[in-house]
Design a protein around this ligand. Sequence first.
Ligand SMILES: O=P(O)(O)O[C@@H]1C[C@H](O)[C@@H](CO)O1
Length: 326
Amino acid sequence: MCSRDCCSGPGGSAKSGNTCTDRKNAKAVSVEKIIPTPQSLLYPYEVIQEIADFIVKGSNMRPKIGIICGSGLGSLADIIQDAKVFEYEKIPNFPVSTVEGHAGKLVVGNLEGAVVMAMQGRFHFYEGYPLAKCSMPVRVMKLCGVEYLFATNAAGGINPKYSVGDIMLMHDHVNMLGFAGNSPLQGPNDPRFGPRFPALVNSYNKELINKALEIGKQMGIEANMHVGVYSCLGGPTYETIAELKALRMMGVDAVGMSTVHEVITARHCDMKVFAFSLITNKCATEYSDKKDDEANHDEVMAVAKNRQKACCELVARLIRQIQASS
Ligand SMILES: O=P(O)(O)O[C@@H]1C[C@H](O)[C@@H](CO)O1
C-alpha cells in the first residue's frame, strides 16, 4: 500500500488519476531489480549465429541432420566418419555437460551420405540450466543449416507392455514443465527463429516414424519397438509411485528428463523432428518394498550400452533413407 494520502494502494486508483509519482518510481526501481533476463533473451540470434559460424567454418561442413545423444547413447556419434570434433568448452558461449554418460563433444561429419552434427552430451534442466539454455544448441543446429532433428533419450517405461531395452518412437509428448509455466520460448519472441505461438500438433514427423517402423521390421526388432507418448519431468529425482500413476492416467508411456524442450525449440524454427526413447528401466506403478523397483543411473547407462548397437543401426538406416529420397 502507498503510505501517502495521494492514492488508495498498490492497484487502487490514484486520487488524482495515476499520478502518484513516488509510488511509480518506487515500483520502477524494485521491478527492475527483481525481473530476471527472460529465457528467450539469454542467447540472442546474433550469438547463436556466431556459434553456428564457428562450427561451420571450423568443420568446413554444413550439416543437414542434427542428432542429440541420450544418456549412454553417445556411440551414435562414434559411427560418424571424417569427423571434426569440438569439445563444448572450446565452443564460444557453449555450456558444459555435467552428467555422466554425456561426454560434452559436438561431432560433425558424414553418416550414410549425409552431413550430420551430433551432440555427445545434452543439457538438462536439473543441471541448473534454464530450458532456453538446454535447447539453445537446437537453434545453433538450425543456423548451421540443419533440417532434421533426431533426439534420443533414456527413459523409464510406464506402459506395462514395455520391456527394458525396447525402443519407443515418440509420436507425442506431455510437457509437464510447460504445465508448470516453464518454456524455452518464454520471453520476447524473435521472429527470425519462428512465430510467437507455434502449434505443436504433428510435431513428430509421421513419415519418419513409419520409415523407422519399417526399418525395425527389417532389423527383426519390431516386437521391441513401440510408438508412444513421452513426458519430461524436471529431475534429478526419479518419479514417485503417485507421480507415475498420474502420468499413466494422462496417457504417458515413457518418462524422462529431457527432449521435450528441444523438440519445442526445433518445431518453433520449423525443423522436422524424429525422436525415440530407449526404455532403460520399468517404472513401478504399485507400492512395493522391492529394491529392484528403484531406478538408478548406473542401470540406465548399462542398458543403453547394451542396446547402443540397435539404436545406432536404426539411426543410420533412417538417415540412409532420408538421403535416398532427397
Ligand atoms: O539425457 P537423457 O534424457 O537420455 O537422460 C536420462 C534422464 C537423466 O538425465 C538420466 C537419468 O538416468 O538419464
